[in-house]
Design a binder for this molecule. Structure first.
Ligand code: SF4
Length: 345
């Protein structure tokens, strides 16, 4: 069977399957673009199971665009804490403010949606097809996996050119009146049947037309290009305590984790002497080093090898905020890289 014939068959094979087997997820309750938008941004780089709890909490606190536009950044980050990639939360608020400035109605055309901060081709495609029934494919990792296996396509999937090509191939087969269901059926198939390891081809609605299955090559696809090596940084982190409160400071407003709260830290070769010298340089008299902890945190392009020293100081000093356990819990959102050192404060 030729490529176009296979693609043409997708709606008739996928839609009945999706109807019968889709997961009952909170963002599928209605087609409100605000709800779909928040879910799509949360789901970037985060598993569905992890998102569900955050999603409900976020929607309860910020039920519409106006609430999101007006919330304090501290509260927004607290709601986002644990999801990582805080720039996504920042962009959500920027976009909400842009919508409010334009009159408060969520844009209902592709270009208007795509122009919002933090919304790329994938998210715009998802929102426009799911909420507005447009034939706009949303090509994510799940869809790329299904596509390349279905057609035994060996092109590497991690290029913009490949994503654009898949989008161009899928758009013409979008079924009028079921565009949203079709987008979701492709994503769902990739998420629950055409999984990266051990795809469930025996129960897949595409099994009869899938070229990779016919050739027994499912495990070889999709292909990826060469990965850029991650930079490894050695970092000294300080858990500075004074009367049970923990020293925090803010990161610079640009770069990795921009503007977020953090534990004091330095790029250096960690040592007890360096930790004590750090406290003294910031006007604090260290009493004792109580503990040394080691953790690694991996970002997309950087890996932090962290050594954390817990130090009790005699008096507060430097430009630090000293947060109580309750404030750490309720007020300050710390990225996971630092939160992992705060569990037992
Ligand atoms: S038959 Fe297997 S490899 Fe092909 S689309 Fe279905 S789950 Fe994926």
């Amino acid at each position: 069977m030729r490529k176009n014939e296979i693609l043409q068959k997708l709606p008739s094979l996928l839609l009945p399957w999706f109807d019968a087997h889709h997961r009952d997820l909170p963002w599928r309750k209605n087609k409100d673009p605000y709800r779909v938008w928040i879910s799509e941004i949360m789901l970037q780089q985060t598993r569905v199971e992890a998102v569900v709890g955050y999603y409900d909490r976020f929607l309860t606190a910020l039920p519409d665009v106006r609430a999101l536009a007006n919330v304090q950044e501290t509260e927004l980050f607290k709601l986002w804490e644990g999801l990582g990639y805080y720039s996504r939360a920042r962009n959500l608020q920027k976009a909400a403010r842009a919508i409010e400035d334009a009159g408060g109605a969520f844009p209902s055309d592709y270009d208007g949606v795509r122009a919002l901060p933090g919304i790329g081709d994938y998210t715009a495609g998802a929102i426009c097809s799911i909420c507005f029934e447009m034939p706009t494919p949303a090509v994510d990792g799940n869809v790329l996996r299904v596509y390349t296996r279905l057609l035994c396509d060996e092109r590497p999937i991690d290029t913009d050119r490949m994503k654009a090509a898949v989008k161009d191939d899928l758009a013409p087969v979008y079924p009028s009146g079921s565009c949203g269901q079709f987008t979701q059926s492709l994503m769902e198939l990739g998420a629950i049947l055409c999984t990266p390891k051990s795809p469930h081809c025996d129960v897949c609605p595409l099994a009869a037309v899938c070229l990779a299955r016919g050739a027994g090559r499912q495990s070889e696809l999709p292909k990826k290009g060469e990965k850029r090596a991650r930079r490894v940084e050695e970092r000294m982190v300080l858990r500075i305590l004074c009367d049970g409160d923990l020293a925090l400071c803010r990161r610079e407003n640009k770069g990795l984790l921009a503007g977020l709260w953090q534990l004091p830290n330095e790029l250096c070769t960690p040592s007890p002497a360096a930790a004590l010298a750090f406290c003294e340089a910031h006007g604090m008299k260290p009493k004792t080093i109580r503990r040394e902890l080691h953790r690694t945190h991996v970002f997309t392009h950087i890996e932090w090898k962290m050594t954390c020293y817990e130090i009790e100081v005699e008096a507060r000093g430097g430009d630090f905020v000293f947060a109580s356990a309750e404030e750490l819990d309720k007020v300050y959102a710390l990225p996971t890289a630092f939160r992992i050192f705060c569990e037992d404060i």
